[in-house]
Design a protein around this ligand. Structure first.
Ligand SMILES: [Zn+2]
Length: 122
């Protein structure tokens, strides 16, 4: 009898873990899309591999690339922290160290997005 109870428990746990796994996969997918989106906006590059003909896949059109929120977020009214970033030593895209400084400086506003907690999390 005790065994049956244990099996029941384990089945329940298994269902929970499967559910959690699915949630995590979805979250992971969203985060990967976010990374891709941010890379494109910061470096103007994608990490998409070129195909057999050496052609990169068509870049995704701007507008709601992940989630369903509008892309052109208004700049935040309050800036918590300003960070001066030194020049990279390597090309962020291909990793090459043969890079040269240019006069181009870019500003980038980053907002931290807090993901909502799932119900079963403490
Ligand atoms: Zn490069």
């Amino acid at each position: 009898m005790e065994k049956e109870l244990r099996i029941k428990e384990l089945r329940k746990k298994n269902r929970e873990l499967k559910w959690e796994n699915r949630q995590l996969k979805e979250e992971n997918k969203t985060l990967k899309e976010m990374i891709d989106y941010l890379r494109k906006n910061i470096y103007g590059k994608t990490n998409k591999k070129k195909d057999a003909y050496g052609v990169r896949p068509e870049p995704r059109k701007k507008g709601a690339p992940f989630g369903h929120k509008g892309v052109t977020r208004p700049k935040p009214e309050h800036i918590d922290e300003e960070i001066e970033v030194s020049d990279p030593r390597r090309c962020p895209d291909c990793g090459s160290e043969h890079i040269q400084a240019t006069s181009i400086r870019e500003e980038h506003t980053q907002e931290e997005i807090v993901l909502p907690r799932r119900k079963n999390e403490k």
